[in-house]
Design a binder for this molecule. Structure first.
Ligand code: FES
Length: 266
């Protein structure tokens, strides 16, 4: 896919924003993917993009802006061609994430959330990527790069800046942040099956279970009176308890009203 170069929202993008809104029973549910599409088209969430989302979803611009400024994946400032996120949450930090981040800052001559002079790399500290089994983890345009070292991280950003092909060990070939944002918005680029979906560390438990013939027990939920019960029994019990609670609540309210009436009569 060719990266869009125009900064204005094109008619095509506006049509795609409406298409996203039409994918949900309640149109406002499409706001998150719509903001990703705006980022894909404009390189950030612009005032124009906020206004377009608000108009399509019949929301106020303040409501859209509140969402766009709440989640860290939405960027209000122009991004580089590639977003490099270094996890510096506890486990990754201990395993070397802090050192990787510091070395990249020095190598790229940028601080947190800053873009290199050539516009190629925006570097950011990111929170836990739920990939702690591969710590320390770095992400490029939201694709995983596992078990990093300062040297391997520098090698990756150098290749990106040189325009060389870089592939995630657990995902697709790296394109650009904008193109990745378009995929996140819900427009596939045909790369979904590139690379392995899971790495050995994530599959270790499954492999051990298979070797030993372990299987998950059938689903059972705890019942308050009857001990372990099946799922359907648990649902039925929950319904019964809810109905009982509502009856008690209604009776209590009726009792209070009755007492109030009696007090007034006195
Ligand atoms: S702490 Fe880095 S992926 Fe969880």
């Amino acid at each position: 896919m060719t990266e869009q170069v125009s900064d204005a929202l094109s008619q095509t993008t506006l049509d795609e924003l409406r298409e996203l809104a039409g994918r949900y029973p309640q149109a406002r549910s499409a706001l998150l993917p719509m903001l990703h599409l705006v980022q894909s088209a404009q390189g950030r969430v612009t005032t124009e993009g906020i206004a377009a989302c608000a108009e399509i979803l019949d929301l106020t611009e303040a409501e859209v802006s509140a969402v766009a400024t709440f989640y860290t994946m939405y960027k209000r400032r122009p991004m580089g061609t590639h977003h490099v996120g270094v996890c510096t949450n506890t486990l990754c930090a201990i395993m070397g994430g802090d050192e990787i981040f510091e070395r990249l800052c020095g190598h790229l001559d940028v601080g947190n959330d800053e873009t290199t002079e050539d516009g190629q790399i925006t570097l950011e500290r990111v929170e836990c990527n739920a990939a702690c089994d591969f710590a320390p983890v770095m992400m490029v345009n939201w694709e995983f790069f596992d078990n990093q070292t300062p040297e391997s991280a520098i090698e990756i950003v150098d290749k990106l800046r040189a325009g060389e092909t870089v592939a995630s060990p657990r995902g697709a070939t790296i394109t650009s942040w904008r193109e990745a944002e378009r995929v996140i918005a819900g427009f596939e680029d045909g790369r979904v099956d590139e690379g392995p979906a899971a790495g050995p560390a994530s599959l270790a438990g499954l492999q051990i279970a298979r070797e030993r013939g372990w299987e998950a027990p059938p689903f059972q939920a705890e019942g308050p009176q009857s001990g372990r019960v099946s799922k359907s029994e648990a649902v039925a019990e929950a319904d019964t308890r809810r109905a009982e609670t509502e009856t008690v609540t209604e009776q209590s309210a009726a009792d209070v009203r009755s007492e109030e009436t009696e007090a007034t009569d006195d």
